[in-house]
Design a binder for this molecule. Structure first.
Ligand SMILES: Nc1nc2c(c(=O)[nH]1)N[C@H]1C(S)=C(S)[C@@H](COP(=O)(O)O)O[C@H]1N2
Ligand SMILES: [Mo]
Length: 266
């Protein structure tokens, strides 16, 4: 049985699958590391080691939190600075009043949540250090509901394993990068351990003010035990899935499809 929501989602998925072929070589990975096959192998084993280590000490351990005095005066905007996509631009013009977070996939209660609804849920505020794979860090304060709360409200089906975050932007299409170099939208994914981690939130505010467009308005993921590229900005929807195979090239994220590790633990 297909609900209206899952119909929409699968149309969207087909649409994004159609455009993948153009992805790849034109972009320099997160503007940082290049990738060779041997490096890829090393990265894979390091990824497994980090994951084992974090599991051993407990992946529910908290990332360090800081104080207001520690906030970075200048938190860099990285990746997409402003999605050029018409759908996003239309919602931005309306102050994101028409934006809805679509929660679907392997859930018993699919939802479309407006910003005021997300703000009416219990909120968590945390001051944490963002760590980009390019080598810079910045401390910011983030506020929003815990992802786990939303997933509980949606009700996970027994075969649920991952949460996929669908974003509004095609990073390769960023105007400053010369326009449409690929047609695949940014996406990310987490397993359920990280999805239910207490510091995993969907942030609508940064440093006490609504998220700026640069930092991901109207809603972005914060998953504080992982690197910067996991912190998906411009989140439009969450799909609860059993497998990551139906998204991008199947590696669980935009940068993962370009050689970066999926489990980017720090
Ligand atoms: N949708 C989307 N999310 C994204 C990116 C992007 O280009 N598009 N870039 C990622 C990278 S590499 C980093 S370091 C952070 C940057 O977040 P900031 O702009 O708030 O510093 O967002 C991550 N999330
Ligand atoms: Mo990054």
């Amino acid at each position: 049985m297909m609900t209206g929501l899952s119909n929409r989602l699968s149309r969207r998925r087909l649409f994004s699958l159609g455009g993948i072929a153009a992805g790849g070589g034109l972009l320099s990975a997160c503007d940082g590391l290049a990738r060779s096959d041997s490096l890829g192998g090393i990265i894979k084993s390091a990824e497994a080691a980090t994951m084992r280590w974090q599991r051993a000490i407990g992946r529910d351990a908290l990332a360090p939190e800081y104080t207001l005095a520690d906030l970075s005066p200048d938190f860099k905007v990285n990746g997409t600075h402003e999605p050029v996509e018409a759908e996003y631009q239309g919602m931005k013009r309306g102050g994101f009043a028409d934006w809805r977070l679509e929660v679907g996939g392997l859930v018993t209660n699919p939802m479309r949540l407006a910003l005021p609804q997300l703000k009416a849920l219990p909120q968590r505020t945390q001051i944490t250090k963002h760590d980009c794979v390019e080598g810079w860090t910045a401390i910011g304060q983030w506020t929003g509901p815990q992802l786990g709360l939303i997933l509980k409200a949606a009700g996970l089906k027994p075969n649920a394993r991952y949460v996929v975050f669908r974003c509004a932007d095609n990073y390769g299409g960023e105007a400053s990068k010369g326009g449409a170099q690929s047609t695949s939208l940014y996406y990310e994914s987490l397993d359920l351990i990280d999805a239910f981690h207490p510091q995993t939130i969907l942030a609508h505010s940064m440093n006490g003010a609504p998220l700026s467009v640069g930092h991901g308005a109207p809603l972005r993921l914060r998953v504080e035990r992982q690197l910067g590229y996991k912190q998906a900005k411009y989140v439009m929807g969450l799909d609860v899935v059993e497998s990551l195979a139906g998204y991008g090239q199947g590696n669980g994220g935009y940068w993962e499809d370009r050689g970066y590790e999926w489990y980017a633990g720090i």
